[in-house]
Design a protein around this ligand. Structure first.
Ligand SMILES: [Fe+2]
Length: 266
């Protein structure tokens, strides 16, 4: 399984503080089913640099550690880029690192607001051929209150990745409910751990699968957990089907629905 959003590098952001902790997190990821991971340190000018060049160095360094420790996870470069005003310039300067070196760029979102310049900023990246993936929209208060704004961004070609901990309640009830609803409505196309520390919240594929299957069924679970992450690494388009709100509400009680209809339709 592929983890497209995870903080596995020690001492470079708010992830693990030292190598020992970073390796403990990697072992948890392996035990949780991860076999390929993109390193996604925060890139937030003035706070965390983590330029593309640095991240490519981290991949080599950490892969050497994994090989020595027998941790069978293949590492690829990535980044979680904060969408400040000069994001386009940072791309042009070569500071941004796409996921696996392809066309998709993981874009951080603030926890509370989602300033309206963000759409314009991301459109300007799309015009350059980049495909933004919004990180954890379920944890953003503005998008929780106005999911139609997220929907509009998805309709313009952006995609969204949930932090798995949201589904498990790690970021509060509001984020949990939004994670469920966004998944059911098709507003989330990818699930990743976004793990920072081995002591949590750190939820990897083997823990997530049953929870996600209960919400959206086995077929769509395979899409968000396996097929779409591979599409990201291959720079292929991720198809989207957004389910109207009323239907998604009906699907919040999947057990009866699942018994009455085909499980693959849930
Ligand atoms: Fe992150």
């Amino acid at each position: 399984m592929i983890d497209l959003h995870v903080h596995l590098v020690p001492g470079v952001d708010d992830g693990p503080k030292d190598l020992e902790t970073a390796l403990a997190l990697a072992r948890l990821a392996y035990a949780g089913g991860v076999r390929i991971a993109t390193l996604t340190p925060h890139h937030m000018p003035g706070m965390y640099e983590n330029t593309a060049e640095q991240i490519q160095g981290y991949v080599k360094l950490m892969q050497d550690h994994y090989d020595r420790e027998g941790i069978d996870i293949h590492l690829l470069p990535g980044q979680e880029a904060f969408p400040e005003g000069d994001l386009k310039e940072r791309y042009e300067n070569g500071e941004l690192q796409t996921l696996g070196g392809g066309d998709y760029l993981l874009v951080d979102l603030p926890q509370q607001d989602c300033p309206y310049y963000i759409e314009q900023l991301l459109f300007s990246l799309q015009a350059k051929g980049l495909m933004p993936i919004l990180a954890h929209p379920e944890r953003n208060r503005a998008l929780r209150h106005h999911p139609e704004r997220l929907q509009a961004m998805i309709n313009t070609g952006m995609r969204a990745v949930m932090s798995a901990g949201s589904l498990h309640g790690a970021f509060g009830v509001s984020a949990q409910k939004a994670a469920q609803e966004f998944l059911q409505r098709g507003l989330i196309q990818l699930v990743a751990s976004d793990a920072h520390h081995p002591d949590g919240p750190a939820y990897f594929p083997l823990q997530n699968r049953p929870v996600i299957e209960a919400l959206i069924g086995a077929e769509r679970t395979r899409e968000v957990m396996e097929i779409n992450p591979q599409r990201v690494l291959d720079s292929k388009e991720i198809p989207v089907t957004i389910i109207p709100f009323e239907l998604a509400q009906a699907k919040k009680k999947p057990s009866l629905w699942a018994r009455l209809f085909s499980p693959s339709a849930v």
